[in-house]
Design a protein around this ligand. Structure first.
Ligand code: SAH
Length: 363
């Protein structure tokens, strides 16, 4: 399935953990281990992409790196700014695939919504990315590169004296993160590393449609926060909206959530897209209260971002509020999430790089 994204014969440097980079630098390039650490810091702490600027590395070493390693798996080819401050970045991979990341600044944080696949195999009926199908997984380097590229641009745009302005990462962009688990995990190891960008587990959320065995692995092998795209209150409804539910139904999903290791005080976020006349009734809200009775949960109610041709409509504001109030009365914390970046098709479920003729051709 996965066409190689790497530049032929070159190592994808951004996707190597410090351990793997050390093995590469020592075994393949014949350098001492401390050079790997220096290089890792340049690349992941300072976000440097130009070998020329890594002035404390010997010229011969830089020369070999130039031949053997790729430091820029993505290049920004479109940047769209929303009136609300959201910025959508479209990236082009070496094999000419297009992916998108969404930067969302707010008063107390700078969040990046990161993509993990080109397209998506999950085929949720209401989601635009789902209409693309899965083209391929992103490599760990391509996942990490989104963060570095946006850090660099935000620091420049906002004239910030820091190399890592992003504070939070949400894996809610294109693709199903747990369907690309190994690369996701490698990317998280790098992004959370102290000698790298050093993101805290408290500031990283991975969202899934509910790949039950992978939820277990996420809990066992990482320490990041979990979000579940629930979007329905009973199986028939969920199977209709989200085909994955035919494989792992709501009971299996809730069971996986109950077993998910939660650090003290932490809750699982449940995302629930409100679709008019489909899943937004009082009865749905009451069923949701029952489902989440024994799960430390927080519900994000997402007003549906309408996508042409998919046939769903957003619920009214009043309906969303009533829905939230029923959850609150049932002691389920619920928030109506503000919509961001709708004007540039950067909102939830709108990432499908359809904004340009060129993009359409490529896909
Ligand atoms: N595949 C993962 C990561 C993507 S997150 C997952 O589904 O969790 C994207 C979120 O946007 C999901 O919660 C999804 O349910 C929601 N979504 C999809 N299409 C949407 C739309 N048109 N309007 C609002 N939310 C949407």
């Amino acid at each position: 399935m996965s066409a190689s994204a790497s530049v032929v014969g070159k190592a994808e440097l951004l996707g190597l953990t410090l351990e793997a980079l050390t093995a590469f630098v020592v075994d393949d390039l014949g350098e001492r281990p401390f050079r790997a650490r220096q290089l890792y810091r340049w690349v992941h702490q300072r976000g440097e992409t130009e070998l020329e600027r890594m002035t404390d590395l010997p010229a011969a070493f830089r020369g070999r790196l130039r031949e053997r390693a790729d430091l820029t798996p993505l290049r920004v080819d479109l940047e769209q700014r929303s009136i609300d401050g959201t910025v959508k970045y479209r990236f082009r991979t070496h094999d000419d695939r297009l992916i998108e990341s969404v930067y969302m600044p707010s008063a107390d944080r700078r969040t990046l919504c990161v993509s993990t696949q080109v397209g998506c195999a999950m085929a949720c009926r209401f989601c635009m990315t789902g209409t693309l199908g899965l083209l391929r997984n992103l490599t760990a380097a391509e996942i990490v590169a989104q963060v570095h590229e946006v850090n660099r641009r935000v620091a420049l745009d906002e004239a910030l004296p820091i190399s890592r302005p992003l504070s939070n990462l949400v894996f809610m962009g294109m693709g199903e993160p747990l369907h690309n688990f190994e690369n996701l995990k490698t990317a998280l190891t790098i992004l959370q590393s102290e000698e790298g960008p050093n993101f805290s587990h408290r500031h990283i959320t991975v969202s899934t449609v509910g790949l039950v065995p992978m939820i277990e692995r996420l809990g066992a092998e990482t320490d990041v926060k979990l979000a579940i795209s629930l979007n329905a209150s009973h199986d028939a409804q969920r199977s209709e909206l989200m085909p994955i539910n035919r494989k792992w139904n709501i009971a299996a999903l809730i069971d996986a959530c109950q077993r998910f290791p939660l650090r003290q005080g932490r809750r699982i976020t449940f995302e629930y897209v409100l679709l008019q006349g489909v899943n937004d009734t009082d009865a749905d809200a009451r069923r949701l209260v029952e489902l989440l009775r024994d799960v430390p949960a927080k519900v994000n109610l997402i007003p549906y971002n309408e996508n042409p041709g998919l046939g769903f409509q957003s619920t009214t504001e009043g309906r969303a509020e009533t829905f939230r109030d029923i959850l609150a009365k049932g002691h389920v914390a619920a928030f109506i999430r503000a919509n961001r970046g709708r004007d540039i098709a950067a909102a939830c479920g709108q990432l499908a790089n359809l904004q340009g003729g060129e993009a359409r051709q490529t896909l």
